[in-house]
Each structure stands twice: as C-alpha cells, then as structure tokens.
Design a protein around this ligand. Structure first.
Ligand code: ACO
Length: 316
C-alpha cells in the first residue's frame, strides 16, 4: 500500500473565550484546581451563530491554501467529529458543498471520539490508494460546548470547541503511516447518549478510570506504531499527543524521555477539543515552523469508545 503525507494544515477557532475564572461563576470549582489537575486555563466556545460546519470550513480552506491544492483535486473528505450540527447531512457533505469539492468522491463523518482524527487518517490512506485523485481532506471538528453537563463539575471544565484540518497526499513508494487503531466497546466510562436512548445528549465520564486507561494506552500505542514502522523514538522529529490532560502527556513524555523541543501542549489554551485536538496541534506547530517538509511526526490519541490510535506521518 502507498502511504500518505501531510501537505498542508489549517485551523478554525470559535470566538468566545472562556476562562477558568468564568467557570468559577457557574460551578463550584477554582482556577487552581483546574490548572493543577488538567493544565487547562482557557477554552473557546462557539458564540451564537457559529457552527461546527463553519469552523470545519475555515480550517479546511486554510489547509488547502497551505497545501497549494485546489478543491477539484480532492479525492475524499472525512470529518472526524462526535458533535456535528446535524446527524444527516454529515458535516463532510456540507463541507463538500461549501468548498465545492468534486461530487464523485466519498464525503462522510467518522466518530471515534478523541481518536477520530487518527482513525480518519488511517481510513484516508486506504481510500486514496483506491482513488484516481491523490489528495484527501481530513478534518477534526467539535462543538462540545453544546454537550456539556453543567451539573457535573468533573467534566464541564474540560472541553472546548474548535477545528483542525490536514490536506494529505498519497504517492507511490511513500511509506504507510503505520496506523494502529483499536477499541474496547465500553459505554460506561465515557458516554454521550444519542437519539433513541431517552437520555439527554450530554457528556458523562468517569474521569479517573479514563485517566488510568489513557496512561496505559498512550505508551502502548507509541510502542506499537514504532514497531510497525520499524523506527525508533530517536528517529521521530515530533510527538503529538491528544490534548486531554497535561498530566497524561507529562507521564508519556517522562516515560519516553522526550526532550521539550520535541513535543507540544496547547491544552492550556483550548482544553480538550476531542477530534480537533491533534490537528490543532499540527496546525500550530506548522505555523511556528517547528514541523514542516520532511518532519516525521508520531501522533497518538485515545478517547470514548473506548478507542485508541497512533500513526507515524511525514510532512511532504
Ligand atoms: N473543581 C474542583 N473540584 C473538583 C472538580 C472541579 N472542577 N471536579 C472534581 N472535583 C473534585 C472531586 O469532587 C473530588 O473530590 P473528593 O475527593 O472530595 O471526592 C476531587 O476533586 C478529585 O476528583 P477526581 O475526579 O478523582 O479528580 P482527578 O484527579 O481524576 O481529575 C479529571 C479529574 C481531570 C477529569 C481526570 O480524571 C482526567 O483528566 N481524566 C481523563 C479525561 C480524558 O482523558 N478523557 C478522554 C477524552 S474525552 C472524549 O473522548 C470525548
């Protein structure tokens, strides 16, 4: 199978900035607690009139521009999300219309919670191998502020809205991204009920147990991706972690002895943006010039499902 590389990245962020102090006025919490337990200082929420589709479109437009690729060259479009504006049409279908992507390509949403963007990269690699068009659009977008349970101080402080996008290219001879994906069907630890359950569609989570799962899943995924790709950690230029909790990232960094210049945290600014978190990091790093053509990035994520995933992806 031919591999994919990232050609361009972009992000779309909503306008409403919410600080920990703002949350102190809503629930019994404190800036100190939130910062010390999670690393989060602010997050962004969609303001009235802002939509997930709008965020996804801004991120995707920027990624296409960064890649120098036109919408007509796109062979597939996947939006990883658990919080699309509508279940049908999928956010990816609305993006197809908004960006004028070709009509004869697959455009669909993918829900693997916080691991969604990595599942989508893996899926995109498979799709582009079977497509005459060699570029793909992968977006991670969330409007989680709509799903927050304001009666649960353990979860309401964690989440934020945003979108990140990557334009990828598939070429003969390029190495596969060595994706590792998996899930344990578990509807107890992390849950957002949908239509048909009779429950309110709000996020509930057993945070401490998910934390324990994550602390094991992250290094396990890293090991599996390195093994599959035949690379060592020293050959990785940058490690990109799902931004769920700064302490989870710190533990992985310590275990692998990753130097500070090789990983990045933006959780302080955005909170946990689920499927958007990894592409948001990629887009910021690219803008800062810390990753670019030739960079080899190991990305790893975990989340509801419970799902986990990782891949080793290069920049074209
Ligand atoms: N402010 C103040 N106190 C709080 C708050 C709050 N916002 N929330 C909980 N507390 C209290 C609790 O009531 C508890 O008090 P008690 O000891 O008197 O009972 C105490 O703080 C400790 O609570 P814990 O839940 O044990 O805190 P923990 O250290 O586990 O941190 C957290 C909670 C931040 C949620 C952590 O467990 C975590 O980050 N888990 C992983 C989350 C994650 O990665 N999710 C996956 C992705 S999400 C997705 O896929 C959509």
């Amino acid at each position: 199978m031919n591999g994919i590389k990232i050609r361009g990245t972009g992000r779309g962020l909503p306008g409403r900035l919410v600080t920990n102090r703002d949350l102190e006025n809503i629930v019994d919490t404190s800036d100190d607690w939130i910062v010390s337990r999670t690393g989060i200082r602010t997050r962004r929420y969609c303001a009235p009139g802002e939509t997930l589709s709008g965020l996804a479109a801004s991120a995707a437009r920027r990624a296409l521009e960064d890649a120098g690729v036109s919408p007509a060259e796109i062979g597939a479009c996947i939006v990883a999300t658990l919080s699309a504006d509508t279940l049908v049409p999928a956010a990816a279908c609305l993006l197809q219309r908004e960006l004028d992507l070709p009509p004869d390509i697959p455009c669909f949403d993918l829900n693997a919670a916080c691991t969604g963007f990595l599942f989508a990269l893996h899926t995109m690699e498979c799709l582009l191998n079977a497509s005459p068009r060699k570029f793909g659009l992968v977006v991670g977008a969330e409007n989680l502020s709509r799903l927050i349970n304001w009666e649960d101080r353990g979860t309401c402080i964690l989440f934020g809205d945003g979108a990140g996008a990557a334009v990828v290219e598939c070429r003969e001879g390029w190495p596969s991204i060595s994706a590792v994906t998996g899930c344990h069907g578990n509807d107890a630890l992390l849950r957002v009920p949908g239509a048909g359950t009779g429950e309110r569609s709000l996020i509930s989570m057993e945070g401490t147990r998910v934390f324990k799962f994550a602390v094991e899943a992250v290094p396990w995924c890293m090991d599996q991706v390195l093994k599959k790709s035949g690379r060592t950690a020293a050959e990785v230029d940058f490690f990109v972690f799902h931004q769920a909790n700064a302490r989870i990232i710190d533990l992985a960094v310590r275990k692998y002895r990753i130097p500070p210049e090789k990983y990045y945290k933006n959780i302080a600014e955005y909170g946990n943006t689920s499927a958007a978190s990894i592409p948001l990091v990629l887009s910021e790093l690219r803008e800062q010039g810390r990753i670019g053509p030739g960079s080899r990035v190991l990305a790893v994520g975990f989340g509801g499902g419970l799902t986990w995933g990782g891949c080793l992806i290069e920049f074209a």
